[in-house]
Design a protein around this ligand. Structure first.
Ligand SMILES: Cc1cc2nc3c(=O)[nH]c(=O)nc-3n(C[C@H](O)[C@H](O)[C@H](O)COP(=O)(O)OP(=O)(O)OC[C@H]3O[C@@H](n4cnc5c(N)ncnc54)[C@H](O)[C@@H]3O)c2cc1C
Length: 464
């Protein structure tokens, strides 16, 4: 690309909040430059988030299945647990990540109007950016820009938090061994997922959370049931804690925390701080524009446009909720908006998400608590997966489905599910919430038997 080349759209960040927009715009004939600072297209999600953590979960869950083979009448010839070959796990992780990054790049390269540069982009004014890549520095001029630089792990001001051997989520993903003991600071989705993964892989795990309960914004009954499950599986949970200090050497740490006015110590070979993330605005050159931001993210209007006309922001950079599919939905919406199409921008009350705990916890729309706080008069229908045929067959008969509906018109405003397999139920849940189906419309769909989704048809029958 020549110096001062004029672009229709500059996209900064090749994660789920950037790449889909670049692809959609180039496909529609726009001249687009996508700049990515990392090792490939995919962002946090591919290299240190969604995908690698789920690869580990798959290993952990299969190991667990291995250990309970006899429940199904299977008698493993060697007997006992499956041993773990961590280097084989790493090889498989790298293979999947590389394949996905290469496929994304090949797709980008197949589009005539799209150029991908690996390097850093920095705004140097409302319509200009400086690109620094392997091939040197150059300036581009753009009509529109989409900022999608994602987020970074929070660093807590705890004495000892910067000791070698105290990891963040990216460091934990890269870990070269399964620790004998692991202390996780942060009881959000990442903390809970990692706690169960490493516990299932054989580590002794302790989870420390500052709030009164783990998984704060999640349906409180399901969060409580899941916390009971973690405890039953031997994970030590301490809530309402203040971390006072971390001391130790690279592979032996003591974490001092206070809980209810009492100081205690917990020891761990590895400590990981996974206490949330903050939007990544560093080095973006926002000060050369009218774009405003604070610690929650870049400020945008209902069309995701920043205070600088023509510059948009998507994904983690805009703040919560921080999910890959949410970032992608925003990226698609901005792309179609720039193409002049009528767009319904994604709304948080329609979002869905999965915590890949064991069992999985899926959510779409509002919780009972959030709906109440928004002034809605809501009722709940529940289904207990202990009585469910499919759950019994797979020997995972525990958990609950909770459907939140507005009493006045019986329209569904939220669906929350705790059951192993919940992740793949959330498409139907998201559809019901997005289109405000009534309880009757949900039951009118014929759900196949025996499946976990039957519960969606059965639960509403309880309310007349
Ligand atoms: C451990 C973990 C597990 C997760 N699991 C899930 C999950 O199961 N499901 C889910 O939906 N979400 C999950 N997430 C969240 C998900 O990864 C993020 O919400 C998602 O990646 C956000 O996409 P994004 O495009 O906004 O940002 P990112 O994916 O962070 O992408 C931003 C990109 O911008 C690039 N960049 C930054 N600055 C510049 C610059 N100046 N110039 C050029 N490029 C730049 C970065 O290199 C990066 O590639 C997880 C996160 C973590 C940490």
């Amino acid at each position: 690309m020549n110096d001062k080349e004029r672009l229709d759209v500059l996209v900064i960040g090749g994660g789920p909040g950037g790449t889909p927009a670049a692809l959609a715009l180039a496909q529609a004939g726009k001249r687009v430059l996508l700049v990515e600072a990392g090792r490939g297209l995919g962002g946090t999600c591919l290299f240190e988030g969604c995908i690698p953590s789920k690869i580990y979960r798959e290993v952990a869950a299969r190991r667990r299945e291995c250990a309970r083979a006899s429940e199904f009448g299977l008698l493993p010839s060697g007997g006992g647990d499956c041993a773990i070959d961590w280097s084989a796990v790493q090889t498989r992780r790298h293979r999947i990540l590389t394949q996905r990054a290469q496929a994304a790049l090949a797709k980008a390269k197949s589009l005539k109007g799209l150029e991908v540069v690996f390097g850093n982009a920095r705004l140097i004014g409302p319509r200009e950016a400086l690109i620094e890549g392997a091939e040197g520095r150059h300036c581009v001029h753009f009509e529109h820009a989409i900022l999608a630089t994602g987020s970074e792990p929070n660093h807590l001001p705890i004495p000892g938090a910067d000791l070698p051997g105290v990891l963040d989520s990216a460091g934990l993903i890269e870990i070269g061994f399964i620790p004998e003991s692991l202390v996780l600071v942060g009881g959000g989705p990442v903390g809970v997922e990692m706690a169960q993964i490493f516990a299932m892989l054989g580590a002794r795990v302790t989870l420390l959370e500052a709030m009164p309960r783990i998984l704060g914004p999640v349906d409180s009954m399901l969060a409580e049931l899941l916390a009971e499950r973690l405890t039953a599986d031997g994970i030590g949970i301490h809530t309402g804690v203040t971390i006072e200090s971390i001391e130790g050497t690279e592979d032996r740490h003591a974490i001092r925390f206070s809980q209810g006015g009492k100081s205690q110590d917990v020891r761990g070979q590895v400590v990981a701080i996974v206490a949330g993330r903050h939007p990544n605005v560093s080095g973006l050159g926002l000060e050369t524009t009218s774009i405003r931001h604070d610690r929650h993210g870049v400020k945008v209007d209902e069309n995701l446009q920043t205070h600088e006309p023509g510059i948009y922001a998507t994904g983690d950079l805009v703040g919560n909720p921080m999910f890959a599919h949410w970032a992608t939905a925003q990226a698609q919406a901005v792309a179609h908006h720039l193409l002049g199409n009528e767009v319904a921008f994604p709304r948080p009350e329609h979002n869905s998400a999965v915590i890949f705990s064991y069992p999985e916890l899926g959510m779409a729309g509002l919780t009972e608590e959030a709906a109440g706080a928004a002034g809605e008069d809501v009722g709940i229908v529940e289904y207990d997966y202990r009585v469910d045929a499919r759950a019994q067959i797979s020997s995972d008969a525990s958990g609950r489905l909770r459907i939140v509906y507005r009493r006045s018109d019986r329209r569904i405003v939220g669906i929350h599910v705790l059951v192993e397999g919940a992740a793949d139920l959330m498409g139907e849940a998201a559809l019901a919430v997005r289109h405000g189906l009534t309880l009757e419309e949900l039951t009118a769909a014929i759900h196949p038997h025996p499946t976990l989704t039957e519960a969606f048809g059965l639960a509403p029958l309880m309310v007349h």
